[in-house]
Design a protein around this ligand. Structure first.
Ligand code: DGL
Length: 275
């Protein structure tokens, strides 16, 4: 069976485009409907209650668009509100961004020491630690909130001394602790891959949660026989909705998505301030 319905992608803003990009790379035939809450970005510094309420508004919008599966691309929403979104989903499968990366790291750590970097809300939730504990409770998990990294990525300061210093500030302790796998637990970190790898060296494997989330989508769609086998899907047919026109349209969006975004529109999640 071939299922041409789109995959919904929920995010707090534009960072989830890193996940959308990986899905497009792995499954070029799939059509996406992306919803990013740029008007209320970022979520990572907010309370659990607020994140949950925003996430449910965005998810409801996507559930109303005949999607075959919802990917919660945002690590913060996945860490704090995945169960609430799953309850709202009824029979639509929901994939979060935390478990795929946690599983990949747990399989790869030889010394059983995993580091996680993410937003303050993701780290406060302990979601990665809980997920890894369930897989192998002997693995030690060191989690660090890295709030300076998102603004640096938003400013596209990848190859910059300030960014190198910020990365050092956050990961040096993990090197000392003997961490051998570092999970990038945030949609915004893939563009920092090179600077992070340059800082931690090759002894530490970097696990990109965007890539592993996309692989999980591929596995679940295949297992449920929901792949789109017909021609004519793909990023060109995808739709990108934002609650406010993203500021860095020219530079940042292609950077996260890998190419210029086709079909971009503004929508309302229902609760944000009027446009
Ligand atoms: N999308 C968020 C995440 O992956 C980062 C941006 C935010 O704080 O909203 O955690």
């Amino acid at each position: 069976m071939s299922d041409p319905r789109p995959i919904g992608v929920l995010d707090s803003g534009t960072g989830g485009l890193t996940v959308a990009h990986e899905i497009g790379r792995l499954m070029p035939g799939e059509r996406l409907i992306y919803a990013g809450d740029t008007a209320r970005f970022p979520y990572g510094n907010r309370s659990e209650e607020t994140i949950r309420s925003f996430a449910l508004q965005g998810a409801e919008n996507l559930f109303g668009r005949d999607i075959k599966l919802l990917v919660v691309a945002c690590n913060t929403i996945s860490a704090v509100a995945l169960e609430a979104v799953e309850r709202q989903a009824r029979d639509i499968p929901v994939i979060g961004a935390v478990l795929p990366g946690a599983r990949a790291a747990a399989l790869r750590t030889a010394d059983r020491k995993i580091g996680v970097i993410g937003t303050p809300a993701t780290i406060r939730s302990g979601a990665y630690k809980k997920a890894i504990d369930r897989i192998d409770s002997a693995i030690k998990v060191y989690e660090t909130a890295t709030p300076l990294l998102i603004p640096l990525v938003e400013e596209m300061m990848f190859d910059h001394d300030i960014t190198r210093l910020a990365v050092q500030l956050y990961v040096y302790e993990m090197i000392d602790l003997g961490v051998d796998c570092l999970i990038l637990g945030c949609t915004h970190y893939p563009p920092l891959f090179a600077v992070i790898q340059g800082t931690v060296g090759t002894r530490m494997q970097i696990i990109d949660s965007a890539l592993w989330t996309a692989k999980e989508v591929q596995d679940i769609l295949t297992a449920l026989d929901l792949r789109n086998e017909s021609a004519g899907g793909g990023p060109g047919q995808s739709q990108f909705y934002f609650t406010e026109t993203p500021l860095h349209t020219a530079g940042q969006l292609p950077l996260f998505f890998g190419e210029v975004l086709p079909r971009q529109e503004t929508i309302s999640f229902g609760g944000e301030r009027k446009q």
